[in-house]
Design a protein. Structure first.
Ligand code: SF4
Length: 446
């Protein structure tokens, strides 16, 4: 297990000497003993997680009136490049074979040279066959070390994603994955999903996932963590990746408003041709024809059962309709049949709201999260992982968020006239203590 370890006395001394240079403290005051930091870390923090610290800092800000308790939250993800390069499966399989030979104590071996095979698919198959044979040859009675090397190779080979280059791409960092920045651009590493208040711009929760993470999958967790800070969430601001029925329903359930633009992939109704009447539960087409019946059905898609609604239009108007080809394409049916997801009628209502000037004005608050992402990456190194694995990158992202929050609190407090400076001094001290220490020479990873 990788943990961040601070060389206690040396680092503590540095922190406290830096602290004296801070203009907020009288240099003649007695400084805390260097052992205080170690005591704080080992005795006071105990099982406290970084999430708890983020929550507590936000909670105190709400309690002291530094930020409003009725607040909106903006949510977004940002990319973190892995601290290693991604390798092709052939190269990884070669390394796995080497590891097995090493564990067996065999120094001489011959592994196929996949670089001489032109076709990438053939090269993968050759290396896969070779590794599978090697695993078979090792037999059942092996040392613990050989068993571990064999098990690692078996686990990697078992995953279909591995051969498709969508799974493990490095033995050093097994959690990093390839993700997409756009249709043509991808990256290798992790995604940090960040939630911040729209008033005060304080980060309320952070999660880190492999690069293949689908934005919004942790939304429920973010919302719960934010609410635990004592905030009443009045609105949620996100880009169209968050336009999903589960997220919209959850926001509604919690009594908040969603300011998320409509995503064409989740909502596919052509509103120039069709409109929906909620009271009669009917769709109306451009010709004024209305649906005459609705039936629900279950379809299986990608192994999952989903509920759909079949709305049928009246036959007479459809039969000779001038918009027939535009509306029905090459369908041979007499009347139009709309097969839509059960959520579509509700999303239609939402889509209408998303066109109003009030919505568009309010949605501008989402943009506040962009400079925060830039700050985390440009000034605090969150553009690249410092360690390896999900746990390490999670610690890096959360410590960075804490440091950025404390900077922000110092700014908010200094802007508040007559507020006691004690909180500001504490914030500055904490900032020195928890600043991203992993980049310093006094920090080791063990
Ligand atoms: S084909 Fe039928 S449903 Fe489509 S526009 Fe014409 S009348 Fe309306």
């Amino acid at each position: 297990m990788r943990v961040l370890f601070i060389k206690k006395r040396k680092y503590a001394k540095k922190i406290f000497s830096d602290y004296t240079h801070n203009s907020l403290i009288n240099p003649e005051d007695d400084l805390p003993d260097p052992s205080l930091l170690a005591k704080f870390r080992t005795k006071r923090l105990k099982e406290t997680s970084l999430d708890d610290i983020i929550k507590e800092v936000v909670r105190q800000c709400v309690e002291k009136g530094i930020i409003k308790s009725n607040n909106g939250i903006a949510i977004d993800t940002t990319h973190i490049e892995a601290n290693t390069i991604k390798k092709v499966p052939e190269r990884i399989m070669k390394q796995l074979a080497k590891n097995i030979f090493k564990a067996m104590g065999q120094e001489e071996y011959e592994i196929p040279d996949y670089t001489q095979i032109e076709d990438h698919g053939t090269a993968k198959q050759v290396m896969k066959d070779y590794l599978e044979n090697l695993i078979e040859q090792t037999g059942d009675e092996n040392s613990e070390e050989v068993n571990q090397a064999v098990q690692e190779a078996q686990e990697i080979l078992e995953s279909d994603l591995f051969i498709e280059q969508k799974g493990i791409r490095s033995l050093v960092d097994k959690d990093a994955r390839v993700g997409h920045k756009s249709k043509t651009q991808n990256f290798y590493g992790y995604k940090a999903e960040i939630c911040q208040t729209t008033d005060g711009s304080l980060i309320t929760s952070v999660t880190v996932e492999p690069g293949s993470y689908v934005d919004g999958s942790n939304f429920k967790e973010h919302l719960e963590e934010t609410r635990k800070s004592g905030l009443t969430v009045t609105g949620v601001y996100g880009d169209k990746a968050y336009f999903r029925p589960d997220i919209l329903n959850l926001i509604k359930e919690k009594g908040a408003s969603a300011y998320i633009p409509v995503s064409a992939s989740a909502y596919k109704i052509d509103e120039e041709l069709f409109s929906y009447n909620k009271d009669s539960d009917q769709w109306f087409c451009i010709m004024g024809n209305e649906t005459v019946k609705v039936k629900s059905k279950i379809r299986e898609r990608n192994g999952q059962k989903r509920k759909y609604l079949d709305y049928s239009f009246g036959r007479e108007l459809c039969r000779n309709c001038p918009h027939r080809s535009e509306c029905m394409g090459k369908s041979k049916r007499i009347a139009k049949l709309m097969t839509i997801s059960v959520n579509t009628p509700e999303l239609y209502e939402y889509s209408q709201r998303a066109k109003t000037p009030e919505f568009l004005e309010e949605y501008r608050k989402r943009a506040k999260i962009e400079p925060k992402n830039a700050e985390l990456k440009r000034f605090h190194g969150l553009d690249r992982a410092r360690g390896y694995g999900l746990r390490s990158i999670g610690i890096q992202a959360k410590l960075t968020a804490l440091a950025v929050n404390l900077k922000r609190i110092a700014k908010l407090v200094s802007a508040l006239k007559g507020l006691n400076s004690y909180f500001l001094r504490c914030s500055s001290c904490c900032l020195l203590i928890i600043r991203p220490a992993w980049i310093g020479s006094d920090v080791q990873t063990v």
